[in-house]
Write a protein of this length. Structure first.
Length: 417
């Protein structure tokens, strides 16, 4: 069994006893549970106050009962502005029931004497998809699915057998990150070279987390950090460590200084304290702003009027090098090159690795041509074979990065080398 029950998991039985006629029972061999969250972001509450928000659940409850009729038992949820629909999947098609529900949730609710649209998120859990018939476990799975709907921006998300496990693992991961000492996080560095002669010009700093004798790479923990405030202290410590390491390297080679590249998410760039912290690190460690590359992944869509863009523009004015990472994986590339003060574009390994395909090669060559016309240097990511280099030079790349030139390693391994 993928779900674990808690001793006090009897919420639905208690709720049914409170809200339904005496003697009522819900008995199904294949139950399903739908959780509806209304105004989870609090936008209605912020606009119309607590009195209006208090009406959301009672009005929504009436709406759901009218919409679903005898096909489901509709109850108030355990959390403010949440509703529960309990139904029998043998007697009702879950997809059809969900479609009826979503249709009604798209209509405005009558609140404070006026009609208002209230944003909703819906989670659904059925016995056939989750592998359990325990109504309380299904309720927990439906809440987890509603949370996923809120996080991903979809209207409805359906739970599977792994939903609760994934939510539990994410929660445990966040707790472990919050408890982790700064020493548990470390920076590894991968060289970025001049493609004309393979000379190392700088390094990309890459975060690692040493947890329980395992060295975790960003895909294993950064998504969970990004969804919370944990990315802020982790990122700040990473910035300080990378700039400090650069200062140490350049003190040993003042005539030929290196640069360091640091990755920032949109959430980090929107942090009002980021500019001050970067400036303080550069000043304290006597590092030139031009030696800091600020990498922003193309997959992070940035609103041109957002605080993140203002931060990027200020960093460029300070003299930092703005670099677009993973070019070719999203849809914002050309807009970024036009709207942001970009000096470097890193073309994603998925395109670099397919450059032997004539069509892909034309696309990559065009990206290099556009970049060159805008005065933007280009980095080929994921270069693993020396045989790739002549073609990359022909396409117009100025820099390269990948296992052929060096894997990410701790700073002491580079210093020793």
């Amino acid at each position: 069994m993928m779900f674990e029950s808690c001793p006090d998991d009897d919420y639905l039985a208690r709720r049914l006893a409170e809200c339904c006629p005496s003697g009522f029972t819900f008995d199904s061999a294949a139950p399903g549970v739908i959780v509806v969250g209304l105004d989870l972001s609090g936008s209605f509450l912020a606009t119309f106050g607590f009195a209006g928000a208090d009406q959301i659940r009672s009005t929504g409850l009436s709406m759901l009962r009218a919409a679903l009729g005898e096909r489901a038992v509709v109850l108030p949820g355990p959390v403010d502005r949440t509703l529960i629909a309990l139904f029998d999947t043998d007697a009702n098609d879950a997809s059809e029931l969900a479609a009826v529900l979503l249709e009604h949730l798209a209509l405005p609710l009558l609140l404070c004497g006026q009609e208002h649209f209230v944003q909703s998120r819906v989670g659904m859990a059925t016995a056939s998809k989750t592998g359990t018939t325990d109504p309380d476990l299904l309720l927990r799975a439906a809440f987890a699915a509603a949370h996923e709907a809120l996080e991903s921006g979809v209207h409805l998300h359906e739970a599977t057998g792994s939903t609760l496990r994934q939510v539990r693992e994410t929660s445990e991961l966040r707790t472990a990150m919050a408890r982790a000492a700064r020493a548990d996080f470390e920076m590894h560095y991968q060289p970025i070279v001049d493609l004309s002669d393979a000379r190392t010009l700088g390094y990309e700093s890459l975060l690692r987390w040493r947890r329980n004798d395992r060295l975790l790479t960003p895909p294993a923990f950064l998504p969970a950090a990004e969804e919370t405030s944990l990315i802020m202290p982790i990122g700040r410590a990473g910035t300080r460590a990378a700039v400090g390491q650069l200062a140490q390297w350049n003190s040993q080679r003042p005539a030929d200084p290196l640069f360091v590249s640091i990755n920032y998410s949109v959430r980090q760039l929107a942090d009002p304290s980021l500019l001050t912290r970067i400036q303080r690190s550069l000043d304290d460690l006597a590092v030139a702003p031009s030696s800091l590359w600020v990498e922003i992944t193309e997959r992070d869509i940035i609103d041109v009027a957002s605080p993140a863009v203002r931060t990027i523009e200020t960093l460029a004015d300070m003299g930092c090098v703005i670099c677009i990472d993973d070019l070719g994986t999203g849809f914002a590339a050309l807009r970024y090159l036009a709207d942001l003060p970009v000096s470097v574009a890193k073309v994603d390994r998925s395109l670099v690795g397919m450059a032997s395909d004539p069509s892909i090669r034309k696309i990559v060559s065009a990206v290099c041509d556009i970049s060159r016309s805008l005065g933007i240097d280009t980095v080929a990511e994921g270069v693993e074979d020396e045989d790739q280099i002549p073609a990359l030079r022909d396409m117009g790349f100025t820099h390269a990065q990948g296992y052929h030139f060096g894997r990410p390693v701790p700073a002491d391994a580079i210093t020793a080398h």
